[in-house]
Design a protein around this ligand. Sequence first.
Ligand SMILES: [Zn+2]
Length: 64
Amino acid sequence: MKRQFIAGATCPECGQQDKIQRVIEDDRQWMECVSCGASKDLDAKPPEATDALARPVTLLPPKK
Ligand SMILES: [Zn+2]
């Protein structure tokens, strides 16, 4: 099992920042709040989805 904090992520339940861990176990992964214990399944999303929270998103790629 691997745990890593998601920098800048805010817990949707308690609103605390930097308390969200991504937990990876075999082929499963979920988010867990170390403050209130809320957890959210990430199986339906690719791992990049959580990284997008802390990253600017380009909706329209520049055209040539
Ligand atoms: Zn929380």
